[in-house]
Design a protein around this ligand. Structure first.
Ligand SMILES: [Ca+2]
Ligand SMILES: [Ca+2]
Ligand SMILES: [Ca+2]
Ligand SMILES: [Ca+2]
Length: 212
């Protein structure tokens, strides 16, 4: 037996990666066979894709948590005895890894956007600042827009008016947070009440209450 193969008891239990939960990593271990069965160019893309390391396990192994945290905020399951509830708790999500922190290459992001668009995703949610804004990334964003895919883009967290890519390209929905000084953030009604842990400026298309 391959020494990396989990013991039979773990396979039967389904938690093959032994992180005490059933997750995409278990599906990757259980069903990967080295064949690109659907012929989309990605071998065993069973539970998303890692465009940073170009493999089929998008697990956040640096534990940076930005994208993982956004997935949690958006789609965390209700009534499961764990953590908080997402804003869309019955939405399904797929992890597409494009970097190991907040900063990444926009070409990785572009590949993920094309993948999401071609696989019928409705929304791409990102928490990124890219070191570049290549023609490929701009074209990918426009391609998603042409297919009706919403790209929900982070304004970033520098209390600044600087242009954070890729949010500043046309056809994204840049989002920042507001809060009301000295009172509940639920009372925020003005762009000027921006949260100091967010950017601001003409690209801010949507303001939401936040506490970070
Ligand atoms: Ca597991
Ligand atoms: Ca396969
Ligand atoms: Ca495939
Ligand atoms: Ca990986």
């Amino acid at each position: 037996m391959d020494p990396t193969t989990p013991p039979t008891a773990d396979r039967q239990a389904g938690d093959l990666n032994r992180n005490c939960m059933f997750d995409g990593g278990d599906l990757v271990l259980m069903f990967s066979d080295g064949k690109d069965d659907d012929g989309n160019g990605y071998v065993d893309d069973i539970a998303g894709w890692d465009f940073y390391h170009n493999d089929n396990d998008p697990y956040d192994d640096t534990r940076y948590g930005h994208g993982t945290g956004e997935a949690n905020d958006s789609s965390a399951e209700p009534n499961n005895g764990m953590g908080s509830i997402g804003t869309c708790p019955h939405c399904r999500f797929v992890m597409l890894r494009v970097g190991e922190s907040f900063i990444t290459d926009s070409n990785n992001f572009a590949k993920a956007v094309v993948y999401a668009t071609d696989n019928g995703f409705k929304v791409v949610q990102e928490a990124l600042g890219t070191i570049n804004q290549t023609a490929f990334s701009r074209t990918a964003i426009d391609y998603a827009y042409s297919k009706g895919v919403l790209i929900d883009a982070s304004m970033a967290d520098e209390n600044s008016r600087h242009h954070n890519m890729p949010a500043t390209w046309n056809h994204t929905l840049p989002v920042h947070t507001v809060r009301f000084n000295g009172d509940s953030f639920h009372n925020s009604s003005s762009f000027l009440a921006f949260d100091s842990c967010t950017n601001y400026g003409g690209h801010a298309a949507l303001s939401v209450a936040g506490t970070s």
